[in-house]
Design a protein around this ligand. Structure first.
Ligand code: PEP
Ligand code: MN
Length: 250
């Protein structure tokens, strides 16, 4: 039986409903987030994503707007009545970010950062734990245990693809983790079709597959102008493409 995770009175994850979370890879500027917020509220999407602390491969790539980005989101959130998910990479940032973020995202690269997991386990915010890119399902569940044993049971697992020999896609989306996790755990399971494929033309089929396999939701990267995105543009949908996905799935 999947645990219900209450984000607020209206948003419950794990109750059999299908939740779409969308937003850019990274918060870049106010216009971008204003436009994204307006689109989501028009469609009735209730949770917005956007990274303020970005785990980039190169230290010279855009690292995110940090606290400034989070503060900007406070206004967007209240204007469009949205909940906000964002990644925390460093336990030292939890206190500063706490009041701005409704769901704490733990990224793939930090799935086994045990000190970070223990710290978010001491909070009572919902946590989305993304699958490590080289983690087995059992390792992933054990990572969730680090959070749970500190007292925080509000955990959502997110399949975001694993590294395999296949390099046509950025990662290999291990869709079988959905029914497996439903069988052996009681955590809600999300799918990230954006990082899971790395290619925007595969985001819709991956999302349909996630829904068909009874995932609890998807988290999708969108951008007003993907070709100009500061990160992950090739896997980001533009607003029309996202609206189309929304209409096909919901
Ligand atoms: C992201 O959600 O932008 C991200 C960095 O994801 P992952 O940790 O799955 O690579
Ligand atoms: Mn990204």
């Amino acid at each position: 039986m999947t645990k219900n995770i209450k984000i607020d009175e209206e948003i419950i994850i794990g109750d059999g409903s299908f939740t779409i979370i969308a937003g850019p890879c990274a918060i870049e500027n106010r216009d971008q987030m204003e436009n994204t917020g307006a689109l989501l509220s028009k469609l009735g999407v209730k949770i917005i994503r956007g990274g303020a602390f970005k785990p980039r491969t190169s230290p010279k790539s855009f690292q995110g707007m940090g606290l400034e980005g989070l503060k900007m989101m406070a206004e967007i959130k209240s204007k469009y009545k949205l909940k906000f998910i964002s990644e925390i990479m460093d336990p030292r940032d939890i206190e500063m970010a706490y009041d701005y973020i409704d769901i704490i995202q733990i990224g793939s690269r930090n799935m086994q950062n045990f000190s970070l997991l223990k710290e978010v386990g001491k909070t009572n915010k919902p946590v989305m734990l993304k699958r490590g890119m080289s983690a087995t399902i059992k390792e992933w569940i054990m990572a969730a245990e680090y959070i749970r044993l500190e007292g925080n049971e509000k955990i959502i697992l997110c399949e975001r693809g694993i590294r395999t020999f296949e390099d046509y896609t950025r990662n290999t989306l291990d869709l079988m983790s959905i029914p497996i996790l439903k069988e052996i755990s009681d955590y809600p399971v999300f799918v990230d079709p954006s990082h899971g494929t790395g290619r925007r033309e595969l985001v819709l089929p991956a999302s349909k597959a996630a829904k068909a396999l009874n995932a609890d939701g998807i988290i999708v990267e969108i951008h007003p102008n993907p070709d100009e995105a500061l990160s992950d543009g090739c896997q980001s949908l533009n607003f029309n493409e996202f609206e189309n996905l929304f209409n096909e799935i919901m």
